[in-house]
Design a protein around this ligand. Structure first.
Ligand code: ZN
Length: 489
């Protein structure tokens, strides 16, 4: 199955997946420094004695660090855990379920910090009794919905899983990918539901970008897979997932997704600091409460692993921070049909015969001239020259010219009288406003553990590790799960 994913990637001319290396991670990804897997081999390949011993040492260091985290937490006065001196170090055994079950929940556009906007007793309960990325989860670039959701379930950066934007053109056929495109040719890599089914286990998806795509062993079965319909009430989604626990135990899917469009929906309309967001966050919290209560009623809450994430954050765009491509005309004309996306990800594919480096040079000359409004807040790159931490080059679907805009700025083609005030995402994933949440709750997540921020490509290995199945090769770090999960008894 691993080679399937690689061969799919090769077939579409993407370069092989580099397993995440020591590439200096984003500011607060300190945990990634536990990574020793700088080889590009698949997981669990045979290792030499020396590598084994150093892995053992690193594991000890990781465990010590985890212990230190736990100690810090247990000694904190705000801790809600029992006041025993015992530091939890091993996973808690399942009492009712026969196999570990992971429910992966996404609340779209749940910017890190939204959880403090209002009382969120249910999300708070997961945090207090589980593991939280203390300063949020780092999305992949571009910080857009489809690229990020698919990175979460494949462990791949967009260049490798193929969904490089919410909308893009195939450079060879000119065909357009949209969020309604379900042909398997667009969707590379191996999503978790496919990995699970490959192991003879059941998966269920209640919406997730890519989950309707019939690919490999995944045929989106009627019983366990829904075609996207945004009008289905959130309550119905939660209740359907709860209903899976009423099945005979051999029929219960071991991996389930649950997706909520909010608070992204409101964030775009009113920006991140509006009371509408507060209401949307409170509603998401009620859905988490509904899920917890349903699991408790069935006696499985402590057995089930809940992983709650968002796909990206949100930033206000209310200050007329606009940059107009037409203003660059004295240096170079950029026709609208060269532009695959304007903002916040500016992506330009000039026609054959026009040199991309010439376009980049002229655009940057104009932007730096001081004569273009807000010009200094847009920097244009050949994709090969983008910072390597963005991992946004290794696919011919990515247009040759990419612009990075400063936080909260927008790029438009031409001036208009339109008054704009709202919210946006899609910016550089180094901006704190683009961060979202990560909470893990279940038998293998220490209670009250706080971990440093990490990139969402780590989640694939985390889920396969909890489910105790072999995952496909991906961009996550093989040692990541051991660094944050409780050890098996
Ligand atoms: Zn989104």
């Amino acid at each position: 199955m691993g080679s399937d994913s690689l061969s799919i990637l090769n077939a579409t001319k993407a370069t092989p997946i580099p397993v995440q290396e020591e590439d200096p991670p984003n500011q607060s990804t300190a945990l990634l420094s536990f990574n020793t897997d700088s080889s590009s081999g698949p997981p669990q390949k045979p290792t030499t004695t020396i590598v084994f011993i150093s892995l053992l040492l690193i594991t000890c260091i990781a465990l010590a660090a985890a212990g230190a985290f736990a100690f810090l937490f247990f000694s904190s006065p705000s801790s809600q855990t029992p006041s025993t001196a015992h530091i939890e170090s091993t996973a808690r055994p399942l009492s009712k379920l026969r196999h570990p079950v992971v429910i992966l929940i996404s609340s779209d556009g749940f910017r890190f910090g939204y959880q403090f906007k209002t009382a969120t007793p249910n999300i708070g309960r997961l945090i207090a009794n589980g593991t939280e990325a203390e300063h949020g989860l780092i999305p992949v670039f571009p910080t857009l919905t489809f690229p990020n959701h698919y990175s979460i379930v494949t462990g791949l950066y967009p260049a490798y899983h193929g969904i490089i934007n919410n909308r893009f053109a195939d450079p060879h056929t000119g065909e357009i990918f949209t969020m309604a495109s379900h042909e398997p040719k667009w969707w590379l890599g191996e999503p978790l539901w496919e990995t699970v089914v490959n192991h003879g286990l059941k998966a269920a998806t209640y919406f997730w970008p890519g989950s309707e795509v019939k690919k490999g062993s995944w045929n989106c079965p009627l019983k366990f897979c829904r075609n996207y319909n945004g009008s289905v009430p959130f309550e119905e989604r939660v209740d359907t997932v709860l209903g899976y626990f009423d099945l005979p135990s051999s029929e219960i899917p071991v991996f389930m997704t649950l997706y909520f469009e909010d608070p992204d929906h409101q964030g775009h309309q009113v920006g991140p600091d509006d009371p509408e967001i507060t209401d949307a966050v409170a509603r998401i919290d009620r859905m988490i409460g509904r899920l917890i209560q349903g699991l408790e009623k069935r006696g499985v809450f402590d057995d089930v692993t809940i992983i709650m994430v968002g796909d990206h954050g949100m930033v206000g765009t209310c200050d007329k921070k606009l940059i107009f491509l037409d203003d660059l005309a004295p240096w170079i004309e950029i026709p609208g049909d060269w532009v695959q996306s304007h903002t916040p990800l500016l992506a330009i594919r000039p026609p054959p015969g026009v040199s991309p480096s010439d376009v980049v040079a002229k655009m940057n000359e104009g932007l730096k001239s001081g004569k273009v409004d807000n010009g200094k807040n847009l920097r244009v790159f050949l994709k090969e020259e983008l910072p390597s931490r963005l991992h946004y080059v290794a696919s011919d679907r990515i247009p040759p010219i990419i612009g990075l805009v400063e936080e909260g700025f927008k790029v438009e083609q031409k001036r208009s009288k339109r008054q704009e005030c709202g919210g946006a995402h899609g910016y550089d994933n180094a901006f704190f406003s683009m961060r979202t949440i990560f909470i893990g709750h279940g038998p293998e997540f220490a209670r009250g553990q706080k971990i440093p921020s990490f990139e969402n490509v780590q989640i694939y290995n985390l889920v396969t590790s909890i489910l105790k199945i072999q995952g496909a090769p991906n961009n996550g770090t093989q040692s990541f799960p051991q660094s944050i999960l409780l050890s098996s008894p």
